[in-house]
Design a protein around this ligand. Sequence first.
Ligand SMILES: NC(=O)c1ccc[n+]([C@@H]2O[C@H](COP(=O)([O-])OP(=O)(O)OC[C@H]3O[C@@H](n4cnc5c(N)ncnc54)[C@H](OP(=O)(O)O)[C@@H]3O)[C@@H](O)[C@H]2O)c1
Length: 311
Amino acid sequence: MKAAVINQYGQVGDVVTVTEAPTPAVGPRDVLIEARAAGVNPVDYLIVKGFMSPGELAQSFVLGNEVAGVVAAVGAEVTDFALGDEVFARVDPRVGGAFAEYVAVDQSLVAPKPKALSFTEAASLPLVGLTAWQALTEQAKVGPGTKILVHGGAGGVGSVAVQLAKHLGAEVVATASADSVELVRNLGADQVVDYRTEQFDEVLSDLDVVLDTVGGQTQDRSFRVLKPGGTLVSIVPIADVEAKKAEWNVEARAFMMRPHGEQLARLADLVASDELQPLLETTFPLAETTKALQKVERGGARGKTVITIPV
Ligand SMILES: NC(=O)c1ccc[n+]([C@@H]2O[C@H](COP(=O)([O-])OP(=O)(O)OC[C@H]3O[C@@H](n4cnc5c(N)ncnc54)[C@H](OP(=O)(O)O)[C@@H]3O)[C@@H](O)[C@H]2O)c1
């Protein structure tokens, strides 16, 4: 099969190749997905550069962390999926493998693809959708009336978090650059702060929750806008977290999302009830995986970049 692989860590343009690779073996609990599309995330170029290493590269490592496609085979213990089912999944991060014609995924990580979505749209949702869902429901306990600031409201995670926070009944403020303000409002944000022309910590205060997708200065300044007892949840690391919690009298934690088929099925239900729409920016064919990764690495995302995989 064709797959985008690395044999060593390095710059995207130097080490990523699209080549022939062995079709994955199907374990007893695995669903073999004939991929039609695979979402691209910052973690993909971080893996290429060796910053989020899947370990020693003893052999070619097939890139890619999320997929939508059609079930082509199932292991002996698989009960929930059958040949021909349309599915999507955030794959096991240690295994990767989504930028390929076939990927084997443990059945517990797979969910039926939302019928209303194309494969391309569906492939853009698992990683950012599960990240936003776990941040809001598990880490921050967002509910009716919660006042939340979502940073990077037009980005992959932010664009989903804005919609899910509204679904959960929150009052949502988001940051975005001027070009994306209208788009983020249309996703449901009650207020959008253009972070390039306004200092968000000068116009916001007394919030219950901040979801930080940016880090650095943005994260540091986020502590100021929380009310005492509020919560900062970050998907990027927080330096000196204990000292900052004590200084501002707030909760603060960074976390890593985990793949989860049942939660993904719940997100599919929200798509069906029109409460969640993936935000797709652009697509590249599998043969141009390098360009797709370089686009995501350049930043300035307005939604997701997706690799399409011809049958
Ligand atoms: N911990 C986890 O489990 C987990 C999961 C997913 C992602 N992540 C990490 O989270 C980060 C975001 O991921 P993503 O997929 O959402 O990335 P993305 O799609 O590239 O989106 C990032 C967004 O942040 C915006 N932005 C940049 N600087 C900003 C600032 N100073 N203030 C407000 N917004 C700003 C960008 O918009 P502009 O065009 O306005 O600059 C862009 O829309 C990445 O570092 C990724 O590795 C972690």
